[in-house]
Design a protein around this ligand. Sequence first.
Ligand code: MG
Length: 256
Amino acid sequence: MITFKKPDEVEKMRRAGRVVAEVHNAMRQMIRPGVDTLSLDDEAERVLRKMSAGASFKGYRVHGIRTPFPSAICVSINEEVVHGVPSAERILRDGDIVSIDVGAIIDGYHGDAACTYPVGDISPERADLMSVTYKALCVGIEQAVVGRTIGDIGHAIEKWVLGNGCGIVREYSGHGIGRKLHEAPQVPNYGRPRSGMTLKPGMTFCIEPMVMSGREQVRSTGNGWTVVTCDGSDAAHFEHTLLLTEEGVEILTPWE
Ligand code: MG
């Protein structure tokens, strides 16, 4: 069921979104060679607590994975696409790219956003992948207009990504968001123009292209959570939580 948010609900989602943005700003300050990914998770938890928010991902259960997600954030490095689990043994190295996904809940409403960051000096290939993926998010957001469709968003993203010689992760999608972290509708990163649901005011959803530099195939690793590219190519991930109104689209998770 699609939920259309009332003004008081939108205000709560704005607050949750600002917390998510604040966590991202803290991550950006911290990311450098030599930092372990558990320290990033600890800092994220600290910011969430300071802002009286909960961690949407911690304890999240998915059908088919035995253990709930153990951490506040997902930290996915290089060939890891999404759902990387923070660990004291996992150290960021110069030249890595690291995708951080953050979810926050405040007064019963969620915000969700992801961003891929460079660690030290990265290769031109990795910089290109990041730029293609970020722009994929932007072209998706451009289609987030009342009267257009979910298919318009997916089509714009797919066309942009494939046109730049990259691949799309098709197994995971953007999603509605509100009282639940994942609500209807699904917002795939591919599609046909004018297909799918028509966008209406009051909808809140996440657009989140996940893009790889190589072949379009992913698999889960031994912990059940971390998803990697099958060919070991790099992946990047950018996401915003959005509100649709008659006036236009509002980004609820305004990380820089
Ligand atoms: Mg999401």
